[in-house]
Design a protein around this ligand. Structure first.
Ligand code: AMP
Ligand code: GLY
Length: 440
């Protein structure tokens, strides 16, 4: 195979682990990042072009002779970056704007799940405040309210308090709080069970599943506090046993991919299914059109073989699923976040000691909202960095990751202490005021 020059688009922990993993493949002669961050700049050349600047990215791909562009975040995908790069003749891994609607419109996703016969929560859409309020009596409590469009981390409210549900509806439908995407609301049935994230790499027709991961969305230990972009993850999840994996393949991933093909908008990229494992089987909470963050930090270190070939083959519409295999073992990823995250980011913290974690090959640090200033790693965003450990078992990976975190110092940051703990994070249910979705 001729050497491949790769550009990863994005600046978070997901893009850092992608660049790190792609750079291990002998096929990848260089992995560049745009715009990247100070942590990624230690090992990759960063190009100072924003994710939203498609002209700038096309120019960078041309001048750097890029053979494969891998797009990390959802916003540029929804805005059509993959379409524009493809039109410029650049092989791109990531869905078209039409296919990315599986993530960028909850209504589109729900309608097509129903058409394809995929199990999901029963939902109804509303544009009128009065209609939505009247429907609250039929749907809850607890109430699950979702903004139709991308909403920067504030698009989902789950609550048992009617007043809060009404306030959320008013903010969306009367006060235009979330812009156009928030003028439509989905009210849906509350599902109970264990959550699981499953990612499939697809060329539009065929797909391969990556190891399943468990994400920890709540800010505080024991699944308390508000929802965040993700406080940590581990993989593989023992919940996805082979028979269940077949169900997910056959009843979730394959039918939605077929449906997208039938609509004339094949989905080429990472299809992420957020699943609730209910007593009657797995049900889809959401689809995303990209790698999960922080799931990728736990999943990608478990892949053996050539991720570069896998993503390039998907981008070219001729998936080679056999070029990647799952490694035995387990990975635990813990997010180091701003002390005030997610509600009031302070952005004045310092993480001391990250530099010293480089000796152990089974220990990795992936950066997101950090800056290297005055000779230190400063916390400049909500999710600052991830400490990630690999080991034979998830218990060992967990011990290794927290041993490393114990050695860190400095003010203004914190982390959850119960990622991958035997009972940690399972105690959902109390204080249901969750604001879910993306955002860092
Ligand atoms: P979403 O962005 O749609 O995945 O929602 C964010 C989080 O809200 C999910 O990870 C779940 O924890 C929770 N959630 C979403 N939909 C439901 C539902 N129908 N029933 C229970 N919990 C849900
Ligand atoms: N960790 C959830 C997401 O990537 O959307």
């Amino acid at each position: 195979m001729t050497p491949v020059r790769v550009l990863v688009v994005g600046r978070g922990g997901r893009e850092h682990v992608l660049a790190w993993r792609l750079a291990q493949d002998p096929e990848a002669s260089e992995v560049l990042v745009a715009p990247g961050n100070d942590g990624m700049a230690r090992s990759h050349r960063c190009i100072a072009v924003d994710e939203s600047d498609s002209d700038g990215l096309i120019a960078a791909c041309r001048s750097e002779r890029i053979d494969l562009a891998v797009i990390g975040p959802e916003a540029p995908l929804a805005a059509g970056l993959a379409d524009r790069l493809a039109a410029a003749g650049i092989a791109v891994y990531g869905p078209s704007a039409d296919a990315a609607r599986l993530e960028s419109s909850k209504l589109f996703a729900k309608k097509n799940m129903l058409e394809a016969g995929i199990a999901t929560a029963i939902g109804r859409e509303f544009e009128q405040f009065e209609d939505a309020v009247a429907a609250l009596s039929r749907f809850g409590p607890p109430w699950v309210l979702k903004v139709d469009g991308l909403a920067a981390g504030k698009g989902v409210l789950i609550t048992r308090e009617r007043k809060q549900a009404e306030e959320f509806l008013a903010a969306c439908l009367l006060q235009d709080h979330f812009g156009v995407g928030g003028r439509r609301i989905v009210l849906e049935e509350f599902l109970e069970g264990e959550e699981l994230s499953v990612m499939a790499v697809s060329d539009g027709a065929r797909f391969t599943l990556l190891p399943a991961a468990r994400d920890y969305k709540r800010a505080l230990d024991g699944d308390q506090g508000p929802n965040t972009g993700g406080m940590g993850a581990y993989a593989p999840s023992p919940l996805l046993e082979p028979s269940l994996e077949d169900v997910v393949r056959g009843r979730v991933i394959a039918p939605i991919l077929q449906r997208m093909e039938m609509l004339g908008t094949p989905f080429r990229g990472t299809l992420y299914a957020g699943l609730m494992l209910t007593p009657s089987g797995p049900m889809v909470l959401e689809f995303n059109g990209r790698f999960g963050d922080p799931e990728s930090q736990a999943v990608l270190p478990l892949l053996h073989g050539s991720l570069t070939r896998l993503l390039l083959s998907a981008a070219q519409g001729a998936l080679e699923p056999e070029v990647v295999q799952r490694e035995p073992g387990a990975v635990v990823a813990v997010a180091l976040v701003d002390e005030g995250y997610p509600d009031a980011v302070w952005a004045k913290g310092t993480i001391e000691g990250l530099e010293k974690l480089t000796g152990d090959p089974e220990l990795m640090v992936f950066h997101a909202g950090t800056r290297w200033e005055e000779g230190r790693w400063q916390v400049r965003g909500g999710r600052a960095a991830y400490v990630v450990a690999r080991a034979e078992s998830s218990a060992d990976a967990r011990a290794r990751v927290y041993r490393a975190i114990e050695s860190l110092r400095g003010p203004g940051w914190r982390c959850r202490r119960d990622i991958a703990a035997p009972t940690g994070g399972v105690a959902a249910g109390s204080g249901l005021e969750a604001r879910g979705g993306e955002g860092s």
